[in-house]
Design a protein around this ligand. Structure first.
Ligand code: 5GP
Length: 211
């Protein structure tokens, strides 16, 4: 990808449980080599199949609070009774290396990031319809009908925040959706705020022009 400014773009991806955002992230990383996915810290317990350092860094509440105190997190939020947060170090080093870094986080964290780093791109992943969201939650086969109902109610509440994001992508066909997300991030490289150095250079050159 052509990048005049070599620094990567920080992109936040949020979406309802069941929107398929995890699969979408996997697909994006498989299809394109310009991305790095941040691994979050959490105080929740690992689910079957999850791996330390791959899915999350699993912490006790005390350990997590120490990370907050030591200013090790870019943002953090409490979600359904557990802490979640983004370790700073990985994000900054990957951005400096020129990777576009993706944070898959919920809305409170997204808003903190937007406030601290206004250049961040915010994308919300949506399912094609509410009924399809329910089908996907049922299809997972891991949740009771009560939990599914709770997730649908939460999705209704979370949908109120969609306008705070810069873009939505609709996750119907996963290949198409990954391609769209990639195009959006690619385009964001060419906003003036992401090309501030290039603009400053050309401005200087124009002003210092002798003839
Ligand atoms: P889960 O427990 O299902 O893995 O994640 C619950 C929610 O927490 C999801 O919406 C997920 O995107 C969000 N999440 C995961 N990591 C982080 C993080 O580092 N910060 C914030 N604010 N949310 C996160």
């Amino acid at each position: 990808m052509q990048k005049i400014n070599n620094r990567g773009i920080l992109t936040v991806v949020s979406g309802f449980a069941g929107s398929g955002k995890g699969t979408l992230m996997k697909k994006l990383l498989e299809d394109y080599d310009c991305y790095a996915l941040s691994v979050s810290a959490t105080s929740r317990s690992p689910r079957p199949g999850e791996e330390e350092g791959v899915s999350y860094f699993y912490k006790t509440r005390d350990e997590f609070e120490k990370m907050i105190e030591n200013d090790e997190l870019l943002e953090h939020a409490e979600y359904v009774g557990n802490y979640y947060g983004t370790p700073k170090e990985y994000v900054f080093s990957k951005l400096d290396e020129g990777f576009d870094v993706i944070l898959e986080i919920e809305i409170q964290g997204a808003m903190q990031i937007r406030e601290k780093y206004p250049d961040t791109l915010l994308v919300f992943v949506l399912p094609p319809s509410a009924s399809e969201l329910k089908n996907r939650l049922v299809g997972r086969g891991t949740e009771t009908p009560e939990v599914i109902e709770k997730r649908m109610t939460r999705a209704a509440a979370e949908s109120e925040g969609i306008e705070k994001y810069d873009y939505i992508v609709i996750n119907d066909d996963i290949d198409e959706c990954a391609k769209q997300l990639h195009e959006i991030i690619k385009a964001a490289h060419f906003t003036p705020s992401h090309q501030a150095d290039f603009i400053a250079d050309i401005r200087k050159e124009l002003k210092e022009r002798k003839n």
